[in-house]
Design a protein around this ligand. Structure first.
Ligand SMILES: Cc1ncc(COP(=O)(O)OP(=O)(O)O)c(N)n1
Ligand SMILES: Cc1nc(C(=O)O)sc1CCOP(=O)(O)O
Ligand SMILES: [Mg+2]
Length: 211
């Protein structure tokens, strides 16, 4: 059984993090209680992804948080990341698993009940389910599923799930009630005036929702 905690999953965005930078934003988010950090930079060349990923790995060292790389299998392997996240339009999950080996965490995005039912739990370790709400952070996002859609999709996933898309601290209770194991956020942390406090605020909402 792989050891990872989806509770508060930070997805980095280089534009939103521009002031502080992705590395310092991550340092703050880890101090605030983020449990997973995803390096997501849709336009960075592989060499730049690897450089940033190595810096992030140093920051996460000594914490229980995990480092996941979005889309780029080569970078994930070169960084020695804990995992890789792919979507339905990225590399096929079985091919990704063959490339990253059995130990790395593999996350897969699912947007529909059919895709949730099709997850092979011998290949995929968790599902990113969304978008729950519309969000300007990912202009090409799919049709929002809402909290009811989230509950239906999560109920069909044979693996742990993290909800994503337009989520803030105020959604923690509803997202957990829908059955997701955690919240993935970008703009609720990246680019806020105090990312450590923003992370701690969401972490506390999750903790309260679980009481
Ligand atoms: C945790 C998590 N869930 C979903 C996504 C979206 O992945 P994808 O559909 O491949 O879109 P891009 O992020 O690659 O634009 C994610 N990155 N993380
Ligand atoms: C990276 C990503 N993936 C999504 C999906 O639905 O698959 S939504 C999204 C961006 C979420 O950003 P914010 O927390 O700022 O709304
Ligand atoms: Mg992708």
């Amino acid at each position: 059984m792989k050891d990872f905690d989806l509770s508060l999953y930070l997805v980095l965005d280089p534009i939103l993090c521009a002031d502080l930078g992705m590395v310092e934003t991550t340092r703050a988010a880890i101090a605030g209680g983020a449990t997973i950090v995803q390096l997501r930079d849709k336009h960075a060349p592989t060499a730049a992804m690897i450089e940033t990923g190595r810096a992030l790995k140093q920051i996460l060292h000594g914490s229980n948080a995990r480092l996941i790389v979005n889309d780029n299998v080569e970078a994930a392997i070169a960084i020695g990341a804990d995992g890789l996240h792919i979507g339905q339009e990225d590399i096929n999950a079985a091919d990704a698993r063959r490339m990253i080996g059995p130990e790395m965490i593999l996350g897969l995005s699912v947007e529909t009940e059919a895709l949730a039912s099709a997850i092979d739990a011998s290949i995929v370790d968790y599902a990113g389910v969304g978008p729950v709400f519309a969000t300007p952070t990912k202009p090409d996002h799919k049709q929002p599923i809402g909290l009811d859609g989230l509950a239906r999709i999560v109920g069909l996933c044979p693996v742990p799930t993290v909800a994503i898309g337009g989520l803030k601290a105020e959604h923690a209770a509803n997202v957990l009630t829908a059955g997701a194991d955690g919240l993935a956020v970008v703009s609720a942390i990246c680019g806020t005036p105090d990312p450590q406090a923003a992370t701690a605020f969401i972490a506390n909402a999750i903790k309260e929702a679980r009481r």
